[in-house]
Design a protein around this ligand. Structure first.
Ligand SMILES: Nc1ncnc2c1ncn2[C@@H]1O[C@H](COP(=O)(O)OP(=O)(O)O)[C@@H](O)[C@H]1O
Ligand SMILES: [Mg+2]
Length: 240
């Protein structure tokens, strides 16, 4: 079982979105997953509930654990240890906390989603510093990288400000693959995993809903390289 934590001090950075996207791709591949919801907003629990409500959930291969306080997170780790999913993905709340500390220090990889807005990038750097300081104090070495979210994949379309932000990013540990803005990602939280939602749409009685199936599937396919790069980072001690 490999543990990946999605962490960002800022709310709205894309922790839940990138986790749900990754979970969708891995579920499509038939990989057994555990998801720990370590956010009192219970975004992942809600995601499962919305998916279940329309039959877009995979009970056998995706287990969701409540990790919304330290005691629950410890119990979630224990339960996952028994269930032995291939990957355990942890969604966290914003800011630094004892809860986040427990998640971070027990991870095999830490993903820090951020976009390129100045305010946002500053907080992402603070998040990275927090993670590095924790690791130093605990004498552990866990690969950690920024994941650019809501950032277009075509460099030529960058604004001057985005270009400057990319200059800062280039000296920092970051995944090369970016998650672009997508309305399919935006609505994912209310629909369950994208692969299962696409199946649901494909056979929907309403023809307008059926029309959305191919692009939903395509938006899932676009996330495959992101997942591959994150998984590859698990096997190396440090990101380039
Ligand atoms: N790549 C994206 N494309 C479209 N919408 C996104 C994207 N990433 C995040 N969002 C939207 O932005 C909001 C905040 O994202 P979320 O993943 O919930 O952030 P966090 O978990 O870090 O608080 C959500 O409404 C989400 O749907
Ligand atoms: Mg969230």
């Amino acid at each position: 079982m490999r543990i990946i934590t999605f962490l960002a001090f800022k709310g709205g950075a894309g922790k839940t979105t990138s986790l749900c996207l990754m979970a969708s791709v891995l579920n499509k591949r038939g990989i057994r997953l555990g998801l720990i919801d370590a956010d009192e907003n219970r975004s992942v629990v809600k995601w499962r509930n919305y998916g279940r409500a329309i039959g877009a959930w995979d009970e056998d291969n995706i287990k969701v654990y409540d990790g919304s306080d330290e005691e629950r997170l410890e119990a979630a780790f224990e339960q996952a240890e028994r269930d032995q999913p291939e990957y355990l993905l942890i969604d966290t709340h914003g800011g630094g906390s004892d809860l986040n500390q427990l998640a971070v220090l027990n991870s095999d990889l830490i993903v820090i989603p951020t976009d390129l807005g100045t305010g946002e990038l500053d907080i992402a750097l603070e998040t990275m510093e927090y993670v590095m300081n924790l690791q130093k104090a605990a004498e552990v070495d866990i690969p950690t990288g920024f994941l650019l979210n809501r950032v277009q994949t075509d460099d030529a379309k960058f604004t001057i400000a985005e270009r400057a932000a990319m200059e800062i990013m280039k000296d920092l540990p970051a995944f090369a693959v970016r998650i672009p803005f997508s309305k399919y990602y935006k609505s994912m939280a209310g629909n369950g995993p994208l692969n299962l939602y696409a199946d649901y749409l494909r056979t929907h009685p309403d023809s307008v809903m059926r029309l959305r199936a191919p692009q939903t599937r395509m938006s899932l396919a676009q996330a495959e390289p992101m997942v591959d790069e994150i998984l590859a980072a698990l096997t190396v001690p440090e990101l380039a």
